[in-house]
Design a protein around this ligand. Structure first.
Ligand code: NCD
Length: 305
């Protein structure tokens, strides 16, 4: 049984196939309107979410399937002390596939090892967020026309941002990628990531000021400071508005630099950037539906369901 815990669980060829399927779904939704008829998706969310959970549900509904689940741990038996292992055994009796978000790193992996149905990691603590990465890759592939030969700036909370960790992980498999990490000292990308980049010989730089590197970027991936992963409020307050991308800064960027953001946005992108054609974060959220449709259908096919 195949699950999705980490973007690397799929080969580059499998990802490519997935993106082609997602593009086809985008072009011809009615063709897939009954592809998952009679199938059920369980969304088990132990942590808040808007986009991820609703885009999973929307994806399954677009495929003609149905959805069930819970959107916070308090309304599930976790509040009575049930383990993830037991919960997933039960979910396996009720649904054909499960998307799980959990504050504990590795929890969806534990679930997968006890599950009778495919499990998709919908975000585990500060660790990974593979379906956001699929969304990001599809956005880049669709709007830039390639996933190689890119200079990518990642800006904001590079320490706790799981979308950042997942995306770097996935991008290193493509040719001629360069990273520019833009963060305050306290929110630098974890050492295990820079070690991995050094090992693979992938060029990266770490800088504090966004302005100085903006003109060099093909893509700017902005992120929110992850309030919920801070140990004290004071540090969060000091760092939360460290970066604010606004119209003036966008003038420094090239004509075809794209701005991505996994959302939710807090203050890190000023609303006056939203009308800039280079700001593609709302389009990105739309791609998230197609790519999740393709993922659900692919995993169900592989499971022979
Ligand atoms: C991200 C997450 O949950 O990690 N949101 C999302 O799924 N689009 C990013 C974030 O919360 O900052």
């Amino acid at each position: 049984m195949r699950h999705l815990m980490n973007p690397l669980d799929f080969s580059v060829e499998e990802l490519d196939q997935l993106f082609r399927l997602a593009r086809d779904m985008e072009a011809d939704m009615p063709k897939y309107a009954h592809s998952c008829a009679g199938k059920k998706l369980a969304t088990c969310f132990y942590e808040p979410s808007t986009r991820t959970r609703l885009s999973f549900e929307s994806a399954m509904l677009n495929l003609g399937g149905s959805v069930l689940g819970f959107s916070d741990a308090g309304s599930s038996s976790a509040s009575k002390g049930e383990s993830v292992a037991d919960t997933i055994r039960i979910i396996s009796c009720y649904a054909d596939i499960c998307a799980m978000r959990h504050p504990k790193e590795g929890a969806p992996m534990v679930a997968a090892s006890y599950s009778g149905v495919p499990v998709i990691n919908a975000g585990d603590g500060g660790h990974q967020h593979p379906t956001q990465t699929l969304t990001d890759l599809m956005t880049i592939r669709s709007l830039k026309g390639r996933l190689s030969d890119l200079t990518i700036g990642l800006c904001g909370d590079l320490k706790f941002g799981r979308t950042v960790h997942s995306l770097i992980n996935a991008l290193v498999r493509y040719d001629n990628i360069r990273f520019l990490f833009i963060s305050p000292e306290e929110l630098r990308v974890p050492d295990y990531i820079t070690e991995m980049l050094k090992e693979k010989g992938i060029p990266y730089e770490e800088v504090i000021r966004l302005e100085e590197i903006l003109p060099r970027l093909d893509l700017l991936y902005m992120t929110r400071v992850q309030k919920e992963r801070f140990f004290n409020e004071e540090d969060y307050v000091r760092l939360k508005d460290f970066y604010i991308l606004d119209k003036a800064k966008m003038k420094l960027a090239s004509e075809d630099m794209l701005v991505l953001h996994p959302l939710p946005r807090v203050n890190e992108i000023s609303v006056d950037v939203d009308d800039d054609p280079r700001a593609v974060y709302f389009k990105q959220a739309q791609y998230g539906v197609y790519v999740r449709m393709a993922l659900i259908l692919t995993l169900l096919d592989w499971a022979g369901a």
